[in-house]
Design a protein around this ligand. Structure first.
Ligand SMILES: Nc1ncnc2c1ncn2[C@@H]1O[C@H](COP(=O)(O)OP(=O)(O)OP(=O)(O)O)[C@@H](O)[C@H]1O
Length: 207
């Protein structure tokens, strides 16, 4: 399975942001999205994940194969760590146990804690551990290392490497170096559809 993005034009708030963007994701490969704040990386990920429609262009080959992890953790505060993972495994129709995901993200000691009581970095680790229980091949990740300490960034990078080694794919917007030496890099800056999209627009964190 290969995901092919062709001649994509995407918009946010009614404004075209990136245009004429094409790339491929192939099994075992990660593609890192680069670009300054406001360049359109989140918008591109949301479009690839099917949360919004492109103005133009095609995204083919990844239908029902995408697991999307964005800024909002989206955890169930009143479920425990292990219950959150089981919940998401059920949502994605997976019936494996969640032990591997707990171990990979160093969450075993926290398994019975309510998610709402976790620290920001612990919540992020749980949010990322969910990827492992989705069974999805294509991970679409928006700034996945926010709130993670250095050791947890290493854990996350190991999880991505394992996923790739199993034939998975990853599309990741990040401002930091994840240490994924073999990853391909796509700087979206040259694909800006409108000059100055990096300033003047609203900041959704404050909406
Ligand atoms: N809800 C919204 N309504 C209007 N404009 C928005 C909205 N959300 C984002 N934008 C604007 O769309 C543009 C692209 O934003 P986007 O979040 O895709 O950029 P980004 O590359 O992910 O940025 P960052 O590196 O800061 O996360 C920015 O100019 C942003 O201000």
């Amino acid at each position: 399975m290969t995901m092919t993005v062709t001649d994509l034009t995407i918009a946010r708030g009614g404004m075209p942001i990136l245009a004429a963007l094409s790339f491929q994701l192939t099994p075992g490969r990660a593609l890192i999205l680069r670009g300054p704040n406001g360049a359109g990386k989140t918008t591109l990920l949301r479009t690839v994940a099917g949360l919004q429609s492109p103005l133009q262009g095609d995204i083919i080959g990844a239908e029902d194969q995408i697991a999307y992890a964005a800024h909002a953790d989206g955890l169930k505060a009143m479920l425990s760590v292990a219950e959150n993972l089981r919940f998401w495994a059920d949502v994605f129709g997976q019936h494996d146990d969640v032990e591997a995901a707990l171990s990979m993200f160093n969450l075993r000691d926290l398994r019975d804690r309510l998610a709402g009581t976790l620290s920001a970095g612990q919540k992020r680790r749980l949010g990322l551990a969910r990827l492992l229980v989705t069974g999805r091949k294509v991970w679409v990740l928006d700034e996945p290392t926010v709130s993670l300490d250095a050791a947890s960034v290493v854990i996350f990078a190991d999880a991505v490497r394992t996923h790739l080694a199993q034939g998975g794919m990853a599309l990741i917007a990040t401002h930091i170096d994840l240490g994924l030496q073999d990853a391909d890099v796509l700087d979206v800056t040259p694909f800006a559809a409108v000059a100055g999209t990096g300033s003047g627009a609203s900041d959704e964190a404050f909406l």
